[in-house]
Ligand binder design. Structure first.
Ligand code: HEM
Length: 415
C-alpha cells in the first residue's frame, strides 16, 4: 500500500474487493473497515476486544504510552484520562466555554479585517488561544511561542508549555488544570493530570484549525453554499450583528455547512488505530489478536450510497427538505468510535460552529486573482498526515460591508 493517502487506496480496494481490506506487513496484520456498520459492530459492540491501541517501540522508548491519551493501551490509565476529559469536555459542561470560544473568534475576525492574507496564522492563533485559556487559564500573547508547540509536535509538550506560559497572563477563571488538580491531584497524580491537560492542547488545536481551513476552501470552491449561508445569517440575525451560540437552533444552513466540512474533507481520515486484544471471528473471517484496525472515516464519509456526489461540497444534503431522511450524521464517524471516541467532540463542534457562523457573517471569501487579474482556483490538495490540513492556498477575504466591520470593532472593544 502506498505511504500517502492510504485511506483512499483502502477505499478503492474496498469498492473492488469488499468492505473489509486486510493487508499484512512485516508480520503485523492491518484491517481497514470501510463501512460504518462494521466499525460499529467491532469498535462499539465488541468494545471489550477492540479498544486498545497498537504500541510501537518508538512510543515505548519515548515514554508516550503511559500518558498520551490517544495512544495509551486500554486499562486503568486510559480510564483515568478519559474520566478527566469527560469532567471538562462532556456535552453539558461545554457551554461554560461559549464565552472563551466566542471571544477568540471575535479576535480572529478583527485580525482578518486587518490582515486577511495571513488567515492561516490567525486561525491557528485563535484555536490555540481558546484551548490554552480553557486548559491552563492563561491568555496568550500575539505570536506567543506556545502556539508553535502545536506545529512542532507535542513531544514534552507539558514542559514546553509550562516554560512558554510564564509570559502569558493568568485569567481569573478555573481551568482544566486547576479543576482536575483540585479534584484528583493527590500524590504523584499531579504529573499525570498535567500531561493529560497537555493532550487537550495537542489534540484540540490542530484538528479545529483543519476544520476552519476546510471551510474557507469550500467557500472559495462552492460559492453557492456561501451565498445561502449569507442569506440565512442576514435573515436570522441581520446585517449589523455577529452570531452567537444562542442563534444556533435558528441557523440550520450554517449547521449544515459545519457538518459538510466534517464530511467533505475528513480531518482524521483513518481516525486513530484500534488493536484487537483477542482472537475474534467476524463475517466468517478470522481476526488474530494483535491485528491493527483502522476505521476508514474517509471512505465512510464519501460513501456515495449515503452521500450522493460525495466529492462535492453540498450542505443541502443535511437539510430535511433535501431528500427523504437526513443522512447519517457526520459526527458519528468523524470523531472515531466506541470506547475511544473523541472526548473533545462537543467542544470541537462548538468551535467549528462559532467560527463558521462568525466568519461567514462578516466576510466574503472568494478566489484571489493573479497579477493578470485572472482568478486562481485552489486545488483540493491536502497534506497527508494523521490530521489533514489543506495545502496553503490563496483566497480573498473581504468584509461584506461597513456594518460588518463595525460589528467586529464593537465586539472586540470589550475584550
Ligand atoms: C474537529 C476536531 C476533532 C476531530 C475531528 C477529532 C477526532 C478524533 C478521533 C478520530 C479520535 C480517535 C477516536 C478513535 O480512536 O476511534 C480522537 C481521539 C481523541 N481526541 Fe479528538 N478530535 C477533535 C477535537 C478534539 C478536541 C478539541 C479535543 C480536546 C479538547 C480532543 C481530544 C481527543 C483525545 C484526548 C483523544 C484520545 C481518546 C482515546 O484515545 O481514548 N479532540 N479525536
Amino acid at each position: 500500500m502506498p505511504g500517502r493517502n492510504e485511506w483512499e487506496t483502502a477505499r478503492q480496494w474496498g469498492a473492488k474487493y469488499g468492505d473489509l481490506v486486510y493487508i499484512k506487513n512485516l508480520g503485523t496484520g492491518y484491517l481497514f473497515l470501510n463501512s460504518y456498520e462494521d466499525a460499529i459492530e467491532l469498535f462499539e459492540k465488541r468494545g471489550s476486544v477492540y479498544s486498545s491501541r497498537p504500541q510501537t517501540t518508538m512510543l515505548d522508548l519515548e515514554g508516550w504510552s503511559d500518558w498520551f491519551t490517544s495512544v495509551i493501551p486500554y486499562g486503568d490509565n486510559l480510564r483515568r484520562a478519559r474520566q478527566y476529559f469527560n469532567r471538562i469536555f462532556q456535552r453539558s459542561v461545554t457551554k461554560n466555554y461559549y464565552d472563551v470560544q466566542t471571544q477568540s473568534i471575535h479576535k480572529l475576525l478583527y485580525k482578518l479585517v486587518q490582515d486577511p492574507d495571513h488567515y492561516r496564522h490567525h486561525i491557528r492563533q485563535a484555536a490555540a488561544e481558546a484551548i490554552i485559556k480553557i486548559a491552563y487559564g492563561y491568555e496568550i500573547l500575539e505570536n506567543d511561542p506556545a502556539v508553535d508547540v502545536i506545529d512542532t509536535g507535542i513531544r514534552s509538550v507539558s514542559d514546553a508549555l509550562a516554560f512558554y506560559l510564564v509570559n502569558a497572563v493568568p485569567v481569573p477563571t478555573p481551568s482544566m488544570l486547576s479543576k482536575l488538580t483540585e479534584l484528583y491531584g493527590r500524590g504523584d497524580n499531579e504529573t499525570f493530570i498535567a500531561q493529560t491537560v497537555a493532550v487537550a492542547f495537542g489534540a484540540g488545536g490542530d484538528t479545529t484549525v483543519s476544520a476552519l481551513l476546510t471551510f474557507l476552501l469550500a467557500m472559495v470552491l462552492f460559492p453557492d453554499a456561501m451565498k445561502k449561508g449569507h442569506e440565512e445569517l442576514d435573515r436570522v440575525i441581520g446585517k449589523h450583528a455577529l452570531p452567537s451560540f444562542e442563534d444556533r437552533p435558528r441557523l440550520p444552513y450554517i449547521e449544515a455547512i459545519c457538518k459538510e466540512c466534517l464530511r467533505w474533507q475528513a480531518i482524521t481520515p483513518l481516525a486513530v488505530p484500534h488493536l484487537a486484544e483477542k482472537d475474534d471471528i467476524f463475517k466468517g473471517y478470522f481476526i488474530p489478536a494483535g491485528t491493527v484496525l483502522y476505521g476508514n472515516v474517509w471512505a465512510m464519509l464519501r460513501d456515495p450510497k449515503r452521500y450522493p456526489d460525495p466529492d462535492k461540497f453540498i450542505p443541502d444534503r443535511w437539510l430535511p427538505a433535501y431528500g427523504e431522511e437526513p443522512p447519517l450524521e457526520a459526527d458519528k464517524m468523524a470523531f472515531g468510535f466506541g470506547r475511544r471516541i473523541c472526548p473533545g467532540r462537543f467542544f470541537a463542534e462548538n468551535s467549528i460552529f462559532i467560527g463558521v457562523a462568525s466568519i461567514l457573517a462578516t466576510f466574503n471569501i472568494e478566489k484571489a486573482v493573479d497579477e493578470h487579474g485572472v482568478p486562481i482556483t485552489p486545488t483540493e490538495d491536502y497534506l497527508s498526515s494523521i490530521v489533514r490540513h489543506p495545502k496553503p492556498f490563496k483566497c480573498k477575504i473581504t468584509p461584506r460591508s461597513d456594518a460588518s466591520v463595525l460589528a467586529v470593532r464593537q465586539a472586540t472593544k470589550q475584550l
